[in-house]
Every structure is written in structure tokens, then in C-alpha cells.
Design a protein around this ligand. Structure first.
Ligand code: ATP
Length: 575
């Protein structure tokens, strides 16, 4: 495929505000693609060179891009900067200043050029990058340059979700029902490009035969909720009950001496946790393995575990060493997914845990998560109360014979979290879909409340559930506005369904954790709204902490969970 043709699809995707239309455009695009380029087409449409867990970045600032544009356009840097200032979009700047020329490169050629940019590092690489990009920009039409520039600037936002890509792939190559098989394949490798390439090259059989590979993160299993110990035992009978640590989930991949750690949103977070890397080498007795656990910062003097907000400070790229000194980590291992060539995910929890116990040599950093087995609700309740008294978040009950369900939230794992009177029994993760300018005191910040949405996996859309204005500090509001302005879009994003019209729409990208007093029915929101029936809304929502860097928009609370929480709340009220 010519890059020019891909850009035509980008243009159409960018203009659409309807998810179904987006889906048709993608399916058409896939029908035109061949096996050697489909992966690149997918990555580029999502503004990436490879899936985020590969950690590949072009690493060019706006300033460098402006220099490259200046070279390609034969204009002074100052002139380019002035045009950029006026439009606020480096893509439009390229479109305005460059001449229409070029040899009509293929997607493959453009992709390779971009990849080369990402490989240039170290001394002298800055000038080389500028020269290389300048060359690329000189070999394309203005329209192509518009998207190329946006891509390099990290501002190519077509809003194409993973689930939509999978469905469009299924439809384009097999049939819509095949989406289920593609999802399974995606759940075990988290690489849409790899799934597409396999489908194009090896067809249905290739997809069915896809297996876990060390180095490719497996989409994580998640918990359902219930509100009492009795309900849990009623639902899954005799079960294992583990402490729910309030830390940072890590999926550790070991391949000989090579260790990789992936976060909840499947990013490679290895550099954040040098002690876990070291401990895995020392304490994990398998040549190749994938296992999971929770990393929690703790106080060495008292042994007390710190809350998530402290552990997450490691997210900053710098100062990991100081953080490791001031806030050392414990790693509580709780599941085994793969060991020495064997896929453990289909086996029961009890078996996996026993093997995990055999492979993990107990030492200072890595421990086994605390657990009991019981069928007695009173014992379960005592375990929960004791965990909460020790300042822990709560507990997770696990069905003894349940497989590890990659990428699924179901009753194989059930969480029970501490909650306070008059509050919902769990926090919710909302995707920011837009914001409203502030009134009164907030007017000075230009942002007063954000429009929060939940995820609907069936339609791969985001549906609004609440405006949230409480809980932010003034400093957070200023930062939030900056972050949101960088992803603002001129029209409602194609995957957002909203009856409210915020002052500024934003690409669904950031996730905020909120707590609320209760869930109510409301005609103003689209979450759970069917026909003329009202949707669901939050009463007195307030944020807890700031943007969750470990969650992708698709990791947000789902519509189904909101409805379940609403039903749970009714049951609690009746008691
Ligand atoms: P939260 O916002 O509470 O972290 P979540 O939406 O990320 O929730 P849940 O499905 O609600 O995910 O809960 C599972 C999370 O709980 C895991 O992602 C993990 O980080 C954490 N956790 C802590 N202890 C355990 C444990 N023993 N077993 C499984 N998960 C645990």
C-alpha cells in the first residue's frame, strides 16, 4: 500500500464521529493491505511504531521537528515556528509550508524511515535525526507530510481502539464471529500487529495455534465484586482468600538472565523496579517463566506497607535509585502463568499456586502473597477484618479450580475492599472525555469539572457517567488542563457517547480514580441508558489521587460494573 492511500484512510477516520463508520473504514483498509504491511498499518494508525510494551519511541521534540520542517520547506526556523504558533498543529504547519512533491513512498518505506529515527541515539544523534526526517518530509506530498509530522510529534489521534481493530480484522478476513478467536490471541500477546500478521499469513489455524511467549505481556485477569463474605461463599464455595495489596501490579517475564516487568496497562516498567529484576534472578528457580505479583513500597523500620500513591512515585523515570533507597519494595507473588515451556494458565488456581510456591525461593524482596483456604463466611470475614485493620486494601477470593482468565474480569477472582459509611464499596476508574471551563474561583484555571466516562467493551465505546470537580488540588487542576489541552479534539471523539457537551472534548486517554456516595439513575448520562430509560450517574463524585498512569482507557470501569455496583448498593440498603 502506498503511504498516500493510508493517509486517505487516516483522513476519513479523523473526520468520523461515528464508531460504526470507523469500523467500516478500518475493514476496507485491511482488505487493501497485504501480509507484510498490515502490522505496520495497525501500529501507525494507533500512533505507534510497535506496541507500547516494546518501549520504542521516536524521541523527537517539537523543536527538532520544527528544524526538520524548516529544512524540508526551505524556510527559516522562525517562520515555521510562527506558522505553528498560529495553528497549534505541526501537521497543518507542514501542510501549509511544504511543496507537493515526492515519489509516493510505500507504507513500508515510510515505516522503516520512522523506525530508523527511533534507533538513532547517543552523541550526534540529534542532528542525524533532523536530517533524516527532513529527507523523509521532502519525499512526500503535503497531505502525507501532515500525518507524518503529527505522528512524529505524538499527535496522531485517530481514536482507533484495540477492540475495534480486532472486529474490523475479523470482518475483513474471516467473519465477524471470528473476533472471539482474535481476542483470545490478543489476550495472550497484547500485540495487535502480531495477531494481524498471523491472521494474514496463516489464517484461522495460525490464530488458533497462537501460544504464550515470554516477553509478550499477557492481558491481566481482573476481579469481580461482591459485597459480603456470605455472598462470596455462596457464589464460589470453598475458596482461597488472599490479601489485596494496594500496590503496583507487575507481570514478570524471565528468560534466562533477561527479565522484563509489565504493568497493568502492559507497558514495560522494568527500569522502575531494579530490585524485582535482581530478586527474580536470585529467587525464581525456573529458566523461563511468567508470574505475577504486587509491588508495594514499605517502611523498612516498621515493616508497614505504604499506599499505592507512594509506590507509584517510581513511575518517574528519574530518581529510581533514591526511591529504591527511601522506599524499598516488597513483591508479593500471587500467580504463575508460564514455566519452563509449560502454559499454566489453563490449570486450576490451586495447582498454579502450588507450583509457584515450589519455584519461588523465599527471601527479602519476594514473598508469597498471604492466603488461607476456607468455606466458612465467618473465617473469610475475620481474614478481611484483620487485613483492613493492618491498613491493607481488603481481600481477593479466588475460585480454587479456576484457570487464569487472560484479559477478563469474572467471578474467578472476587474482591472485597474496605469502604467507609455512605460511600460506594469500591472506587471507580473514569476516562476523561472532556472538560468544562470553571466558574467562580475555578474560572482562573480555565477548568472546573471533567466529564467522566466508563467503558463499554461490547461496542468499544465510552459512555458518560459523571461530571467530576472535587478532589483536585489547584496545582493538579493546572496540570490537568495542560494534559487535556494536548489531547483536545474539535468534535466529539468517535468512541465517546455523550448527551452533555463539554467546553472542550478530549481524546479518551486519561483515567482518573474517583469515589462517590452512591450510584443513581439519571437521564443526563449515557452509561447504561437504553432507549428512553435513564442511564446511571454518580452522586458526589470526588477524585482519589491524580491520573492513573498504569491504566489505559479500556481498563476503566465498565458499564456492566456500574450496573452491578448499583444492584449491590440496593441489596446493602435492604439489609
Ligand atoms: P484497583 O483499582 O482496586 O487496583 P483494578 O481495577 O486495577 O483495581 P481489580 O480487578 O479491581 O483491578 O483488582 C485486581 C487488582 O488488585 C490487581 O490488578 C492487583 O493489582 C491487585 N491485587 C492486590 N493483591 C492481589 C492479590 N492477592 N491477587 C490479585 N490481585 C491483587
Amino acid at each position: 500500500m502506498k503511504f498516500h492511500d493510508l493517509v486517505q484512510y487516516f483522513e476519513r477516520l479523523e473526520k468520523t464521529t461515528k464508531r460504526l463508520e470507523m469500523f467500516d473504514i478500518l475493514a476496507e483498509m485491511f482488505r487493501k493491505a497485504d501480509a507484510d504491511e498490515v502490522d505496520k498499518i495497525i501500529y501507525l494508525s494507533q500512533g505507534q511504531l510497535l506496541p507500547s510494551f516494546r518501549g520504542v519511541e521516536i524521541g523527537m521534540s517539537e523543536k527538532l521537528l520544527i528544524r526538520a520542517l524548516s529544512g524540508a520547506a526551505g524556510r527559516e526556523v522562525g517562520k515555521v515556528a510562527a506558522v505553528y504558533k498560529e495553528s497549534g498543529d505541526l501537521g497543518l504547519t507542514a501542510y501549509k509550508l511544504l511543496a507537493d512533491r515526492g515519489t509516493g513512498p510505500s507504507v513500508q518505506t515510510v515505516y522503516e524511515g520512522l523506525f530508523q529515527l527511533s534507533r538513532l541515539t547517543g552523541e550526534g544523534s540529534v542532528d542525524k535525526k533532523v536530517a533524516l526526517l527532513c529527507e523523509q518530509l521532502s519525499d512526500v506530498s503535503r497531505e502525507e507530510a501532515k500525518y507524518l509530522s503529527r505522528f512524529v510529534a505524538g499527535r496522531l489521534r485517530l481514536g482507533v481502539g484495540d477492540a475495534t481493530v480486532l472486529e474490523a480484522l475479523a470482518l475483513a478476513k474471516i467473519n465477524r464471529e471470528f473476533r472471539v478467536e482474535l481476542e483470545r490471541a490478543y489476550n495472550i500477546c497484547s500485540d495487535l500487529g502480531l495477531v494481524a500478521r498471523t491472521l494474514f499469513r496463516e489464517g484461522e489455524e495460525g490464530i488458533r495455534g497462537m501460544a504464550i511467549r515470554v516477553g509478550y505481556p499477557i492481558r491481566m485477569a481482573l476481579c469481580e465484586r461482591l459485597s459480603t463474605a456470605e455472598e462470596i461463599v455462596e457464589k464460589i464455595g470453598r475458596c482461597a482468600v488472599e490479601v489485596k495489596y494496594d500496590g503496583f501490579r507487575c507481570q514478570v517475564h524471565k528468560d534466562g538472565d533477561r527479565i522484563d516487568i509489565f504493568s497493568r496497562n502492559l507497558e514495560r516498567t522494568t527500569p522502575m523496579f531494579p530490585e524485582i529484576v535482581e530478586a527474580t534472578r536470585r529467587q525464581f528457580k525456573a529458566q523461563a517463566a511468567i508470574f505475577e505479583g504486587e509491588a508495594v513500597a514499605y517502611n523498612e523500620a516498621t515493616g508497614e506497607l505504604f499506599p499505592f500513591q507512594i509506590t507509584i512515585q517510581r513511575k518517574r523515570k528519574h530518581g529510581v535509585e533514591e526511591m529504591a533507597r527511601d522506599f524499598p519494595l516488597k513483591f508479593y507473588a500471587f500467580d504463575l502463568l508460564f514455566a519452563n515451556g509449560d502454559d499454566w494458565t489453563p490449570r486450576g488456581y490451586r495447582e498454579r499456586r502450588a507450583e509457584l510456591g515450589r519455584l519461588l525461593k523465599k527471601d527479602t524482596v519476594m514473598e508469597f502473597s498471604q492466603a488461607i483456604e476456607t468455606e466458612d463466611p465467618k473465617e473469610l470475614q475475620r481474614f478481611f477484618t484483620s487485613a483492613v485493620e493492618r491498613g491493607l486494601e481488603g481481600m481477593v477470593a479466588k475460585r480454587l479450580d479456576a484457570p487464569y482468565s487472560a484479559g477478563a474480569r469474572n467471578f474467578n477472582w472476587i474482591k472485597l475492599k474496605r469502604s467507609y459509611k455512605g460511600e460506594l464499596s469500591d472506587t471507580l476508574d473514569l476516562v476523561v472525555a472532556g472538560y468544562f471551563a470553571g466558574k467562580g474561583h475555578r474560572a482562573q484555571f480555565g477548568i472546573g469539572t471533567v466529564l467522566g466516562a466508563v467503558y463499554d467493551p461490547d461496542s468499544d465505546t465510552f459512555k458518560t457517567v459523571s461530571k467530576v470537580g472535587s478532589g483536585f488540588t489547584e496545582e493538579e487542576l493546572v496540570r490537568l488542563k495542560e494534559m487535556l489541552d494536548a489531547v483536545s479534539v474539535p468534535h466529539p471523539p468517535a468512541r465517546v457517547e455523550s448527551l452533555m457537551i463539554p467546553d472542550v472534548w478530549v481524546d479518551p486517554k486519561y483515567v482518573l480514580t474517583v469515589t462517590a456516595d452512591e450510584i443513581t439513575r439519571s437521564p443526563s448520562h449515557t452509561a447504561g441508558k437504553i432507549g428512553d430509560e435513564p442511564g446511571y450517574a454518580l452522586r458526589f463524585p470526588r477524585t482519589v489521587g491524580f491520573i492513573r498512569p498504569d491504566k489505559r482507557p479500556e481498563d476503566a470501569t465498565t458499564v456492566k460494573e456500574i450496573i452491578e455496583l448499583f444492584e449491590m448498593q440496593k441489596r446493602v440498603k435492604l439489609k
